[in-house]
Write a protein that binds this ligand. Structure first.
Ligand SMILES: [Zn+2]
Length: 61
């Protein structure tokens, strides 16, 4: 029996996503386990940066 992709114990199988500010791929962290879907920035620095960036196009009224 062959498992497609074992998540357990496989670091490379950890989810990744790109920081919306710097675009860097960030690896899943245990501290993000509960809010991984809400994690958008690789660091507090980027989180602070995005407030000053304000990308035109995402008009969020
Ligand atoms: Zn970043």
């Amino acid at each position: 029996m062959v498992k497609p992709s074992g998540f357990k114990g496989n670091k490379q199988a950890l989810p990744q996503k790109d920081c919306v500010v710097c675009g860097r791929a960030m690896s899943w962290r245990k501290s993000w386990a509960k809010n991984w879907d809400q994690v958008l920035y690789c660091s507090d620095r980027c989180r602070a940066a995005k407030s000053s960036v304000r990308s035109a196009g995402q008009g969020q009224a």
